[in-house]
Design a protein around this ligand. Structure first.
Ligand SMILES: NC(=O)c1ccc[n+]([C@@H]2O[C@H](COP(=O)([O-])OP(=O)(O)OC[C@H]3O[C@@H](n4cnc5c(N)ncnc54)[C@H](OP(=O)(O)O)[C@@H]3O)[C@@H](O)[C@H]2O)c1
Length: 271
């Protein structure tokens, strides 16, 4: 299943787990043609897709991806991270390889503790908008990993914006931007339902809501959220009436409670 394409091996990266996050990263890194890539995953059909469509070297063996990559990106579910690290540790022993995990709730200390001593470990918390190249991610590193921060930042920039953040804030960031697309989708769905309740045909409501959210996202690049809010809110007008009703129903408090609950969950996700 190995591709015969010759890559200019600027950097070799092994990605373990090519689902939503690992797969989108792999697709964009492959398109950049800057990296020599190897992917491992138990799903044969996913490996075949990447081998055929993206000319990536694929293997069902995590050890092989670990052997090939100078940088190893672990993109499996949080509870699979430690078993995967234990599996690839013998390959990493005595090398200069660096390990990046994108898993929610698995701290750098637990990752480093499952690897040979002194290995560079970085944590990246992305979000699913990476699939369309518009992701947002935070990154942190242990001491040996500090020297890889800019290389890893550049790698994840292929799927969106990357910001360095101290690791103690990762669970809060997970609750904010990693779960964030789901909150926006929840709001979008509620807005569509509200439009339908007011008599707007569903397909029209969906188009209006999607356009509104996309347009607001573009506006947010130019000005702050409170400025957009104030621009739209005519004193005594319709939006002001909506705000009064939404606040009475506890809209902002529901958002605060949701993010707090997600952060608390992230803190006890593994172990
Ligand atoms: N999705 C998000 O919005 C998001 C946001 C931020 C962070 N993350 C983090 O990103 C990580 C991956 O999430 P995801 O949403 O991309 O999950 P996903 O779509 O389920 O992808 C995980 C992939 O890893 C494969 N896998 C399972 N066990 C493996 C093993 N032992 N060795 C190699 N591959 C294995 C899975 O195969 P099977 O399907 O057969 O199990 C799947 O293809 C998670 O730790 C999550 O916390 C996700």
């Amino acid at each position: 299943m190995h591709s015969s394409i010759n890559f200019k091996p600027l950097e070799s990266i092994g990605i373990i787990g090519v689902g939503k996050i690992g797969g989108s990263l792999l697709a964009r890194l492959s398109a950049s043609k800057e990296f020599y890539l190897t992917a491992s995953d138990p799903r044969k059909e996913r490996l075949e897709l990447f081998a055929e469509e993206y000319n990536v070297k694929t293997t069902p063996a995590n050890e092989e991806a670990a052997k090939e990559g100078d940088l190893l990106i672990i993109a499996v579910k949080p509870w699979d991270v430690i078993p995967v690290l234990e599996e690839v540790s013998p390959v990493i022993e005595g090398t200069q390889k660096a390990v990046v995990s994108v898993a929610a709730g698995v701290p750098i200390s637990a990752i480093a503790g499952s690897l040979p001593e002194g290995i560079a470990v970085l944590r990246v918390m992305p979000n699913v908008c990476a699939v369309v190249g518009l992701g947002t991610a935070v990154v942190a590193a242990n001491i040996p990993g500090q020297s890889y921060l800019s290389a890893v930042t550049n790698i994840f920039r292929h799927v969106g914006d990357v910001i360095e953040l101290p690791e103690p804030l990762f669970d809060a960031a997970t609750a904010l931007h990693a779960s964030g697309p789901a909150y926006v989708a929840l709001f979008a769905d509620a807005l569509v339902q509200a439009g339908v309740r007011e008599g707007i045909p569903r397909e029209v409501a969906i188009r209006l809501v999607n356009g509104t959210i996309g347009g607001t996202a573009a506006l947010l690049k130019e000005r702050a959220a409170y400025q957009i809010r104030d621009e739209v809110t005519t004193p005594g007008g319709t939006t002001a009436a909506a705000f009064a009703a939404m606040e009475k129903a506890g809209f902002a408090a529901a958002v605060y409670d949701g993010v707090e609950a997600a952060a608390a969950r992230a803190r006890r996700l593994v172990g």
